[in-house]
Design a protein around this ligand. Structure first.
Ligand code: SF4
Ligand code: SF4
Length: 267
């Protein structure tokens, strides 16, 4: 699907797809015995969240920079208000780089959208449909290739999220949306290149952000509790949460961080 079709697809989801809530039910089953096993891991558009990148690069034991370089593409599209990264399919076979004959080789750390499939989440705000309500909703993705809907198994959306261990991904996703769906982006304001770089570093290159934070005077500028600093040093997800706070502070002027006295005083 090219980028224009992708935007149209998003519009059709908002306008035409049956909307589901967390307690709505659907029938679905996916296991190695299905005829379509692995078929969904070919020629597919997978947008990676910042937390997906962390999980995958740690799983592979490489840096975020190496991961971005080797496994992703950065689509350029006029409708995009901020950078996004997508998983790069194999050029010849169009297979996902992580699929083999036994299935997903990064299963425990697979991206959010693979985890949630066939459930999708739509944010009307994302495509600036002013007629649509801003409320997010769930919907079912019925791909021709997928026979999972013919299998046994009844789920509510909530049960599916739990079964697929998607809760942590959703929590991190909510924090990311505070930035990616902020009016600053959705109401069409441009973003200066230097801020674009900040956004990209925090969201997709966490190891670069780590050295930016810990190998400079950065931490002296803000009042941050020692315990939080230690958690950020040990855990990329904690560092990402801090990065989100910093982006909200630096991009939108929100009071998510407090400047230390030294930097708060007028010169
Ligand atoms: S990450 Fe795993 S589940 Fe997702 S497309 Fe690739 S192989 Fe399939
Ligand atoms: S049932 Fe659907 S999700 Fe499962 S392997 Fe087949 S195509 Fe993929």
């Amino acid at each position: 699907m090219d980028k224009k079709s992708l935007h149209k697809f998003k519009e059709s989801i908002i306008n035409d797809y049956p909307r589901m809530g967390r307690h709505d039910k659907f029938q679905f089953g996916c296991h190695p015995g299905v005829l379509c096993f692995n078929k969904c891991c070919n020629d597919v558009n997978i947008f990676l969240t910042p937390y997906d990148v962390i999980r995958l690069k740690n799983r592979l034991g490489i840096t975020s920079g190496q991961f971005i370089e080797k496994y992703t593409i950065l689509p350029i599209e006029e409708n995009l208000k901020h950078p996004v990264v997508m998983l790069q399919m194999n050029e010849k076979t169009l297979n996902c780089p992580f699929v083999d004959e036994n299935g997903c080789t990064v299963y425990e750390d697979r991206p959010w959208s693979c985890r949630m499939f066939p459930v999708g989440v739509a944010s009307p705000k994302e495509i600036q449909d002013k007629e649509a309500s801003d409320e997010e909703f769930y919907f079912l993705l019925r791909e021709d290739v997928c026979h999972g809907f013919e299998e046994k198994g009844e789920w509510t959306v909530d049960q599916w999220i739990k079964d697929q261990k998607a809760e942590e991904f959703n929590e991190m996703g909510e924090l990311f949306k505070e930035i990616s769906l902020h009016d600053f982006f959705t109401k069409g304001k441009g973003i200066q290149p230097v801020k674009l770089e900040m956004f990209f570093m925090v969201c997709y290159d966490i190891d670069k952000f780590k050295s930016f934070v810990f190998d400079s005077t950065f931490l002296k500028r803000f009042e941050i509790k020692k315990e939080r600093v230690e958690r950020m040093r040990e855990d990329d997800a904690e560092l990402l949460k801090f990065g989100f706070d910093w982006l909200r502070f630096a991009l939108f002027g929100e009071k998510t961080l407090k400047l230390s006295d030294r930097y708060n005083k007028p010169a």
